[in-house]
Design a protein around this ligand. Structure first.
Ligand code: SAH
Ligand code: SF4
Length: 341
């Protein structure tokens, strides 16, 4: 069998060059992009703007293969979870989260993750491999195709499996495609990182305007070292300095995610220290009670502990929202569906 070239693996310039070398005019490359990113074509045979002859000729040497949907699960709270298979048989997850005025897709950037955070299922897998740019973007294309023409994904969060800044080149190309080819505005895209400081600088340079979320998860280095090993390399002070330098467009804020874990980071002293750490930063805090999973020994705090943590932050004039993991009944927390597959 001939190993066909997947045209989605090419950048736009490479695609134009490929069409030129194949003896096809440039507008054919633009038509292909339109069919892939706006009409969500799955196969070159579906591109009816191409003649039957052209489809056959192109289909003989190239493909536009995407992800295979293995599972689509519906939660009682309207969250949908997708399990996708990649061309090499690996699997990744995406979660669709409908809200009043937006339809958000939470996408993965790696298969597994090297960061090893103790509370995270994906961290327990280790890094299996980076996703290619088209595998990141294809999560959006596949879900848009599945949900039909009446609904379109409006917002993207890079908060699925993997550490996006550890796969910067592919993520950066994916961000370009999401904004330029899928037409999703940068202000509707949020990248979440465990705190890779050099990657934050690159992000500010290459994708200025994308929203930044930081998984802080502790109020001092001792506790953060325990649950997020990356803190030994980029401790809280260094991370927060990088946040202060991060160029924010007017009116925008950095989001800090703080997974609340019983007896680890949930005391009122922690809340007070956290308030001190982020003082003066344009930011808001999302408090996420731990979604527990087996093998870690970590527990979710009581509701009272969560509420009093929030109260301390409010008293310090810091916006802090409690965010329950959506779709808990369908293993929607990061990595849980893959782990059970
Ligand atoms: N690697 C990036 C993005 C993926 S993790 C990062 O760490 O930011 C996305 C979010 O899920 C992070 O804020 C992380 O703290 C949170 N998370 C991971 N495991 C969780 C769990 N068991 N319960 C609640 N939140 C969890
Ligand atoms: Fe990786 Fe994020 Fe999970 Fe940490 S929380 S292991 S960085 S995916």
């Amino acid at each position: 069998m001939i190993n066909k070239l997947n045209l989605k693996s090419l950048s736009r310039d490479e695609l134009v060059l490929f069409f030129k070398e194949t003896g096809l005019p440039r507008y054919r490359a633009d038509q292909l992009l339109h069919w892939v990113y706006e009409r969500f074509a799955e196969d070159i045979r579906d591109i009816t703007e191409f003649s039957v002859d052209l489809r056959r000729r192109l289909g003989g040497i190239a493909s536009i293969n995407g992800l295979r949907t293995l599972k689509r699960l519906f939660s009682e709270d309207k969250t949908e979870k997708y399990l996708f298979e990649l061309e090499d048989g690996e699997t990744i997850e995406s979660v669709l989260i409908p809200d009043k005025d937006r339809l958000t897709l939470c996408i993965s950037s790696q298969v597994g993750c090297a960061m090893g955070c103790r509370f995270c299922v994906t961290g327990g897998l280790g890094l299996i491999r980076n996703l290619k740019a088209y595998e990141i973007v294809d999560q959006v294309i596949s879900v848009n195709r599945t949900i039909g023409p009446d609904r379109r994904i409006s917002n993207i969060v890079l908060m699925g499996m993997g550490e996006p800044l550890a796969n910067f080149d592919n993520v950066s190309e994916a961000l370009w495609r999401l904004t330029s080819l899928l037409g999703i505005s940068k202000r509707r895209i949020t990248l979440s990182t465990a705190g890779l400081v050099p990657g934050m600088r690159l992000l500010a340079d290459k994708a200025h305007g994308v929203n930044l979320a930081i998984s802080l998860n502790a109020s001092n280095d001792k506790a953060r070292n325990e649950i997020m090993p990356i803190n030994k390399k980029f401790p809280i002070r260094v991370l927060l300095e990088a946040c202060r330098r991060f160029p924010l467009p007017p009116g925008r804020r950095i989001t800090f995610e703080y997974v609340l874990i019983d007896n680890v980071n949930d005391s009122s002293e922690d809340a007070g220290r956290l308030a001190g750490l982020v003082k003066g930063l344009q930011c808001k805090i999302n408090l996420i009670p731990l979604n527990p999973h087996s093998g870690t020994g970590l527990r979710r705090p009581s509701d009272e502990a969560v509420l009093s943590f929030q109260k301390v932050l409010s008293r310090n004039h810091i916006t802090a929202l409690i965010r329950e993991s959506r779709g808990a009944d369908i293993s929607a927390a990061c990595g849980q569906l893959k782990a059970s597959h």
